[in-house]
Design a protein around this ligand. Structure first.
Ligand code: PRX
Length: 630
């Protein structure tokens, strides 16, 4: 069976096969990869436990598929193009051969430092080639990588190190972000003071600072000197852990989503190929950070599995000016471009000359991910970037799903502005009503669940299988609950409307409100707080905090600044609140639960539409909050 889908008819026939006989279908797709040993059974699952096994007992190493598999015929092809933050610094191009060598070399560095199969290694790094190399080096030796986004604070880093009990930390002396320099090593050192499992830290010199390393800390450049440039890939079981990636949840503790080797490999490669309609020779650029799932699946694994050239960008969209993305597209003749709606909304505010002065004629396909795209941004992207000639794939998926779940296939299946459209092959989405029943008619609106396993789904939450079950498999029997709401039109096209839980997507970053509230509540002046999202024209959503102060304390801007400082310290600047309102009370149910629905409506200025508030413990408080918000 062809790996590439090249017509709508083929999409429909593959989809039918993948639903009617998933085992045969995925077995066929999986033959495109290199296995050390084939599977005994394609799928074994039980959502009630939940336990999901794909490609049972198969043996492989994903890096052999990302690298070694391409060497013979495409060894000199460029695997990674790295574009630095500063446009005056040279970009770096690594061929598949060079990348293979560097990955093997760093795999040996990890081994020399005591790393072995199953160890967890934390990466807290800038967007430099060494990050991709280190991720692959972990996978090469069978160590589990846990990449923590370099915008997170020391506390957030420490809690992630502790949760996974990582024994090695890979970091850098600093990171460049636009005009700023981020002092990564100081943040990492503060995290090390608060956590206990790290034995060795390897530090990359990126900003050429003359810091002194502490005991148990080593310079990256010293470590890679004189190590062998080949490393045999560790043989991994299909279900051995490949990585942990933390995402927000509705409690204060982040969830370490666990992804395993074989199913993740098969599905990220298959979706990359078909959603973007990748052709040999295409230059592909995903602007995400490797600290998020998009970077894992669609900067590193998906593209490299397909032997593509993947661009990795260190900087930000607005440095040195709001035309940087378009300059980079022109510079590297990017064909396939994948970004977030928040970036599009930020860039459409700049004068259009910033776009028009760059030659974007190389572009063939545009993509978006991370949050719902509004109609206006969709049309701006289509008209000004795609010049009306590039299909736009609006890809809905999650850290938990590992790979794209609902999206059109570029130029193959129909697109519809603001709609993610149709399920990917093998994905069985359903809409659920308020009574927990599946809605089968069209059009419809409900909560989005998935009723059958797919190869790249997260298998558990690291160290907390019960939470995995409670969060994803307890809302609806025998279904995975996504936490999102969605519409389905008369043609069966899906449009994701947003989160229905206590997660807010700010600038495409998935933030749980609970850890933000916990941070705020640490301030001695504060009794209680509630954080919700409200619409924001660039970030998609911004954060609104309702805060109760102790008697006798008056709210003022200095307390607001302290609140945001605390949030930065505990989580990172991405979680700062745009609005902070001091209130006398919070609307609560009789059982004491904060009614966030009401607070969300007030923050969104939808005061006319608050619904029934008579059942609240303290309905009077609502009017006083509304007054204070106007
Ligand atoms: O609410 C959905 C939104 O992002 C959430 C997942 O966030 P995260 O795990 O950080 O992964 C983001 C990158 C895959 C989803 O539950 N989301 C993601 N993509 C879309 C989206 N909402 C609407 N349209 C999308 N294309």
């Amino acid at each position: 069976m062809e790996f590439n889908i090249s017509s709508e008819e083929q999409y429909r026939s593959y989809y039918q096969k993948s639903i009617q006989d998933p085992a045969t279908f995925w077995a066929d797709i999986a033959t495109n990869f290199k296995w050390k040993q084939k599977w005994d059974e394609v799928l074994d699952y039980d959502f009630s436990i939940p336990k999901i096994t794909w490609f049972k007992n198969a043996k492989l190493n994903i890096t052999e598929n990302c690298l070694d598999r391409h060497l013979e015929q495409n060894g000199d092809k460029i695997a990674i193009i790295w574009e630095p933050n500063n446009p005056n610094e040279d970009s770096i191009k690594l061929s598949y051969k060079e990348l293979h060598t560097k990955v093997c070399q760093f795999a040996n560095v990890l081994k020399n430092n005591g790393a072995k199969k199953g160890d967890r290694i934390c990466l807290y790094m800038p967007m430099v080639p060494e990050l991709a190399i280190a991720v692959l080096a972990c996978a090469r030796i069978g160590a589990v990588h846990s990449v923590v986004f370099a915008g997170f604070s020391s506390k957030a880093l420490a809690s992630r190190i502790d949760d996974a009990k990582c024994n090695i930390l890979l970091t850098a002396d600093g990171a460049f972000r636009g005009t700023k320099t981020i002092d990564l090593i100081t943040i990492a050192n503060a995290a090390l003071e608060m956590s206990s499992s790290i034995e060795t830290t390897i530090v990359l010199q990126r900003i050429k600072s003359d810091i002194k390393l502490k005991k148990q800390q080593k310079w990256w450049h010293n470590e890679i000197r004189n190590v062998a440039i080949t490393a045999e890939p560790e043989i991994m079981d299909a279900e051995d852990l490949l990585f942990i990636l933390y995402t927000s949840g509705s409690t204060g503790k982040p969830k370490g989503m666990v992804h395993t080797s074989a199913g993740y490999m098969v599905n990220t490669a298959f979706t990359f190929q078909n959603v973007f309609q990748y052709n040999k020779g295409d230059i592909y650029w995903c602007t995400a950070d490797i600290g998020w799932i998009t970077g894992h699946s669609y900067i590193i694994y998906g593209p490299l599995l397909q032997g593509a050239t993947t661009v990795m960008f260190e900087g930000i969209p607005t440095f040195p000016d709001g035309g940087r993305f378009w300059e980079v597209v022109a510079k590297h003749k990017v064909n396939l471009f994948y970004t977030a709606p928040t970036a599009i909304r930020a860039l459409e505010k700049f004068p259009i000359e910033m776009v028009n002065k760059h030659d974007l004629s190389s572009l063939k396909v545009l993509g978006t991910v991370g949050e719902p795209i509004n109609e206006e941004a969709w049309h701006w992207y289509d008209t000004h970037i795609g010049k009306g000639n590039c299909p736009i794939v609006d890809t809905w998926w999650q850290t938990e799903t590992g790979a794209m779940m609902i999206s059109s296939l570029a130029g193959i299946t129909p697109q519809k502005p603001t709609f993610a459209t149709l399920p990917m092959i093998g994905i069985q989405p359903v809409l659920m009503d308020d009574n927990g029943n599946e809605i089968t008619k069209n059009p419809a609106e409900g909560r989005l669940a998935i009723k059958f396993p797919w190869p790249s789904m997260a298998r558990t939450i690291y160290g907390n299988h019960k939470r995995y079950k409670d969060t994803y498999f307890s809302t609806y029997k025998n279904k995975y609950f996504t936490g999102d709401g969605a519409l389905r039109d008369a043609n069966g096209f899906y449009r994701i409307t947003g989160r229905v839980d206590d997660v807010v997507i700010v600038s495409g970053h998935n933030l749980g409100t609970a850890p933000i509230e916990n941070a705020i509540n640490e301030l001695s002046e504060i009794v209680e707080s509630a954080v919700v999202g409200f619409p924001h024209n660039i970030k998609g959503n911004a954060l609104y905090a309702y805060v109760i102060l102790h008697d006798g304390i008056n709210g003022n801007d200095s307390i607001r600044a302290d609140i945001n400082k605390l949030i930065s310290k505990h989580i990172g600047p991405i979680a700062k609140c745009d609005k902070i309102q001091f209130v006398k009370g919070l609307p609560k149910t009789r059982s004491g639960k904060i009614m966030r629905r009401i607070l969300r409506k007030i923050a969104s200025k939808e005061m006319d539409n608050l619904g029934d508030i008579s059942t609240l413990l303290n309905p009077d408080v609502v009017q006083s909050i509304i007054k204070g918000c106007l």
